[in-house]
Each structure stands twice: as structure tokens, then as C-alpha cells.
Design a binder for this molecule. Sequence first.
Ligand code: F0G
Length: 351
Amino acid sequence: AAQWKGLIETYRSYLPVSDTTPVVTLLEGNTPLIPVPYISEQVGRGVKVFVKYDGLNPTGSFKDRGMTMAISKAKELGAQAVICASTGNTSASAAAYAKRAGMRAFVMIPDGYVALGKLAQALLYGAEVIAIDGNFDEALRIVRQLSENYPVTLVNSVNPYRLEGQKTAAFEVVDALGNAPDWLCVPVGNAGNITAYWMGFCEYHQQKYCDRLPKMMGFQAAGSAPLVAGKPILHPETLATAIRIGNPANWEKAIAVKEASLGAFNSVTDEDILDAYQILAAHEGIFCEPASAASVAGLLKLKDEVPSHGTVVCVLTGNGLKDPDSAIRVSNNAVKSVIPDLAVVAELMGF
Ligand code: F0G
């Protein structure tokens, strides 16, 4: 098979690029759509569940789909620096792509609420990391203003090129299934991803690559669920720090997606999220980060509403390696240390 050339080359005719756009790519995209038989069984009634494992992108999250576009366009327009607010994944992705493009990368994070792997990435990629004693929403407000007043391009999902790149995940889902699923379950923070998926499904539907559209099911953590509450949350809380967001940047778009797709926003508790996180790892062999497991937690919560024999895709937005602290804390498992002796080890193993 021909080598995968990244999502801009693959979906060029659907993207706002020209022959002169400098393509900044790490060959993101082309992530697997993995069947999850144990979870399918839990849902029951012949429902088939798949996960779109976008944690297998080059920096370990779906953000790379948007960032290849945002950074390529920033470079085309002559930018020398980019900036984002981030709960961690956007900062890692922005740093990687900006550095590859020879730009400065400024990232603003909520101090103490970014998972260790994400911080490690941003630092090693060479981003200029600024932590504030405040949450994501406050950081976004500041970086928006910085980008309006100084020569630095904003690469949060309010940058339209981000959504253009991210919509390719929906193309891949349809290409893999041969149609759109009945439900698309996705964790929601700023609601950029749910908006982008919907754009992708609608474009493919128009091209007749699918003959239906999915219900878009967005899930927020209970302590950070503004779209469920119908109003911004001033002090969002959840251990799924990636989606610890109280005032989604794409609020109106999210509501439009919900209405057009006959979908819904629901909340899942941190306990539900951690249960799904553990089920994915211990029953399916799939390691995602806690925020990503909100999609599966949501499906399990609403499983009786899925049409019998339907198809559901849950988006796993980030890799589990991003957040080793959560994994170790939640695993309820521990390393057993022994002396290097055959008999002692065999006894420990129960033989
Ligand atoms: N899942 C993960 C792992 C994320 O990192 C994010 C967002 C989301 C889901 C939600 O996506 O914002 O498009 O609704 N992370 C952003 C960041 C906020 O800074 O990395 P969304």
C-alpha cells in the first residue's frame, strides 16, 4: 500500500489549501476505528460499538488534525509565532507543529491542572509555557486579546482552520464503516471537535459517501457541564482536566450541531468517567486519557436509548500515556517486588 501522506494531502480537495500552501505535517490522521466487543456486549441488543482512537496521532491527541491545518495556514500567511490557551493537548500539538514550521509557540495553561505527559511534551518541543493562577476560560480570554494586539496567531479552535482539519476524522469514520454511524459519542470541552465532526459528516453526506447522518452525542464532565446546564460554569471542576472548561468557545456552534443532528448534551460524573477508563483498558486493551473515556461513559449511561442493531462510534480523543498519574491512581493495582529467585516468583504467581 502507498504510504499515508497526512490528512492535508489525503483530503486536499475538501480543505482550504492551495498548491502554494506550505504543508506542515507529521503524517497525522489515518487512526484506527477499533471494535470494542466487551462494551458492545454491555450495551446489548445487537448494537455494534467502535472507538475512533485518535490518541494515536503524532502528539497523542486529535488536536494534530486541526493543528496541521492551523499551522500550515499560519505559515502561508507569514506568521512567526502562534499562541494558544490549553488544558494540555492543544499546547503539545501547537508546540510540535509550530516548531516543525520554525515558529515560536506560546502556550498558556492553568497552573496545576495539566497532565504530566502533556506538559513534558510542550517543554521538550520548546514551547514557551506560561502558567496562570486561573482556569482555561481565563487563559483563553487573555490569549485572544494577545492575538488581537500583537503579531501572534491564535491556534485555539476559534481558528477556523482547526475545525477544517478536524472534520477529516468524520471522513475516516465513514470511509471505515461505509456509512455514518447511528450515534457519534464525543467528549466536549470547547465543542470544537463535535462541531468539526458534524461538518465532516455533512460534507460527506453531500458527496453521497454516506446516506445518513449520526446523532451527535456530546458528553461533559458533571462538574464542568455548561452545555448541559445551559449557562457558563464559573468554577469548572473534574479530574478529566482536558475538559475542565466552563465557557466553551464554540457554544453557538455546539447548540446548532445538537439541533441539526437531533443529538444531545449530557453529563457524566467523574466516577462514570473513571469506570469507563478502566473498562477500556482492562477489557479492551485500549489506553486513553480520562477525558476521552467520557464518550464511552456517556454511551454506557444512555445505552438503552441506542437503536437496536445500531452502530455507535465513541471518539477517544487522547492517549492514556498523556496522564500517567491518573492511570496509576485509578488502576487499583500495584507492582509486586520480589527477590530474583525462581521459586519465590513462581509462588507469587500462584503456581
Ligand atoms: N478530549 C481531550 C483529550 C481534549 O484534550 C479536549 C480538549 C477535548 C476532549 C474536548 O475537545 O474542546 O474540541 O470540545 N482539549 C483542549 C486543550 C481544551 O487545550 O487541549 P473540544
